[in-house]
Structures are given as C-alpha cells and as structure tokens.
Write a protein that binds this ligand. Structure first.
Ligand code: ATP
Length: 353
C-alpha cells in the first residue's frame, strides 16, 4: 500500500499550525520513521494518516485513491501506541483476537478461525506458551509484542506505530528494534513509526522523514539524512552539537580571526557561514600547542567505548563537544583544565542566519 500525503495542514483551535503543509510519499512495503523533536507534529501526522484526525487542508491517498474522508475502520490500519492499553481482563490470546471478534457478524471469522490466527500471530511475535496469561503477567516488552500481534491480526493495509518502545528500558528497546525490523522484513507491511529517538529512526527505518515545526525538513535513507543533511536543523538534530560561526576567505575558515583547521580545505565562496561538526569528527591534535582550534577541557567523561570531552572556547557560549575513541593511551591523560587543540575532519557549512 502506497500512501501519499499531500499538502496536509492541521490547526487545532487557538494554536499555531501543528502541520503546516506536509507532502510526502510512503512507498509500498517500506518502514518509514517520522522523526522530530517534541511538539513537531509527528503524532498529529500519524493520526491524520490513520483517520483519527481530520486535516484542516490537504489530502491522504491510499494507493492513489483519496482516503481523506474514510474512517479509521475503512482505512483498515493497525495501531500500536507507546502505552498500548491491552484489555486487562482478557487473556493474551483474546487480546490478539479482539479486532477480529469485534467485527460485524457478516465479516467476522468463526471462533476457531480467530483462535487459529491469534495463535499464529503469537508465534510470529515469539510469544508461544503465553497465550493464557493476563497482560499483568507480562513484561513491558512482551506487552508491546502482544500489541503488535493485535494490530497485525486485522490484516491491516498499513501499520502505524507511535513511539512503540518509548516506555521500555534501553536494552529492551534495542532488542525490540531488531526484532521489529525482522518482523517487518517477513510480513512486508507498509509501516510508519513515530519516534523522537534519532538512533532508533536511523537504525530501524528504510527512510526517515524529519519533521520540524509542522514542516518536512528532509526525507531520505538514514545515510542520506546523516551524511547529506539538507538543513542546519537536520544536521543538528542528527547528532551535531558543535556550531561555530566562521568567515571563509580564500578557501580557509576563520573563527574570531584564527584559522580553523579542517580536512580537505573549504569549497565555499568567501563569506560568513555556520560551520557544524559532530563531536565524533573533532580530532585531538597530538601537539597540544600546535595549530588548531584551541580551548580548555572543562569536563571529561567516560561513556560506553568513548570519552566525551567538553572544551571551552573563548567567544563561544556553548563548549565544543568532542567524542574520542578509547584507543591508545592518549585519552587516559585527559583532565579538566588542560589546554587542547582540535582539528575538524568532517563538517557542513550552512549560510549564516
Ligand atoms: P511528542 O513527541 O511530544 O509526542 P509530536 O511531534 O508528536 O510531539 P504532536 O503531538 O503532533 O507532536 O503535536 C504537535 C502540536 O500540536 C503541538 O504543539 C501540540 O500541542 C498540538 N496539539 C496536538 N494535539 C492537539 C489537540 N488535540 N489540541 C490542541 N493542540 C494539539
């Protein structure tokens, strides 16, 4: 099922536009992430696609047919929300079969068939043996898998997931991510999932749509979005924290009059720019007195396999963040108060605002 979202606008009473003219195409069978900060409009867009919310303007097409006025049931979408309320008084099996059992008599499968399908789906989400438990006897991760099985039971044309793993701890989230990807590859449903977690969006999706203030900033594969950000917002949102106002003169960048060493030279014409670089692309100069962007180490923290350093640079309100691999011995000597110099291996230049 291909979904075309065309110039969707949504204004709630008395608020600025939650969606401000979004157009995008969700390809048949793809796993698309809607990624953006809190309040950017992701959930509203998902609800508009579902038919839970009617847009103020624009249209939604399912396989080329205008579905804008169809109800949720008519669109036949499967849902999973962050806090998916399973029915507490029903067994896992009955929860999964609920969507089928609640159908009007004319197209409701027989009881035995509902049971067979529910069992099949519980096997698909790897929950065999738990059919007769109540939701209260399951872990959070298991409950979300039941919720997914329940969404799949109605044989939806499209699967819509709103922060499906948001309430789970980091390790379970990671496992479920991998598992959802495999499930998607097996079932091939067109799937749209909302997340504000950049890593989750990039790791899980075929393509990612980045939303900001009700507008689409960029849509593309994870590597396109990460390596070729089309706006300073996308670059910053996908992990960049270092922002340096620079002046480019004759292919060299200067910050506060001092040259900023960057790999490969600068291709932009002379003028004022914002240079952005990810913490992992800031390299520590071995010679701490030599050329480089200089500063003082403020904070040194050991993280999983990396050392993070905040470097205070005169004239910048925010410290420059470095993320260094824990290789060799150099990182062991890093201490707050030390003078450091860095060069920048990879960066993007955007026109100064
Ligand atoms: P989050 O990640 O925090 O869930 P989001 O990107 O999903 O955020 P939305 O929930 O779509 O964002 O909200 C977008 C904007 O629309 C916000 O400013 C929000 O306050 C507003 N909004 C959403 N639903 C309603 C509503 N029912 N009534 C009024 N305003 C709403």
């Amino acid at each position: 099922m291909e979904i075309q979202v065309h110039d969707i606008r949504k204004t709630f009473d008395g608020t600025a536009a939650a969606l401000d003219g979004i157009s995008l195409t969700i390809r048949s069978g793809e796993l698309l992430a809607l990624l953006g900060p809190s309040g950017s409009g992701k959930t509203t867009l998902l609800r508009v696609i579902a038919g839970l919310e009617f847009p103020t303007g624009g249209s939604v097409l399912f396989d080329g047919d205008d579905a804008s006025h169809r109800t949720v049931q008519e669109r036949n979408v499967g849902f999973v929300f962050q806090h998916y309320a399973l029915f507490r008084h029903m067994t896992v099996l009955d929860n999964v079969g609920f969507g089928l059992a609640a159908r009007p008599r004319a197209n409701r499968p027989a009881k035995a068939e509902i049971r067979r399908r529910a069992e099949e789906l519980l096997a698909l989400v790897q929950l065999q043996g738990l059919e007769h438990r109540s939701p209260a006897q399951l872990s959070g991760g298991q409950r979300q898998r039941v919720a997914l099985a329940r969404a799949l039971a109605i044989e939806p044309t499209v699967l819509l997931l709103d922060e499906p793993f948001g309430a789970l701890d980091a390790k379970v989230r990671k496992d479920l991510r991998r598992w959802l990807r495999q499930l998607h590859d097996r079932t091939g449903h067109t799937t749209v999932f909302v997340t504000h977690d950049q890593e989750e969006a990039l790791e899980l999706s075929d393509r990612v749509a980045i939303i900001n203030q009700g507008r689409l900033e960029q849509i593309g594969t994870p590597s396109e979005a990460y390596l070729r950000p089309e706006s300073a917002f996308v670059f910053d949102f996908l992990g960049s924290t270092n922002v340096l106002p620079v002046e480019v003169r004759d292919g060299r960048a200067f910050f506060a009059g001092c040259p900023v060493p960057v790999a490969d030279g600068i291709e932009a014409g002379d003028g004022h720019y914002t240079l952005q670089a990810r913490p992992c692309d800031m390299m520590l100069a071995v010679d701490r007195q030599g050329p480089g962007l200089g500063g003082i180490a403020e904070m040194v923290r050991v993280s999983l396999g990396r050392v993070r350093v905040d470097m205070k640079v005169g004239g910048l309100a925010r410290p420059i963040e470095l993320e260094l691999p824990m290789k060799g011995e150099g990182w062991r000597e890093l201490q707050p108060g030390q003078s450091l110099r860095v060069r920048i291996d990879r960066y993007h230049l955007f026109a100064a605002p």
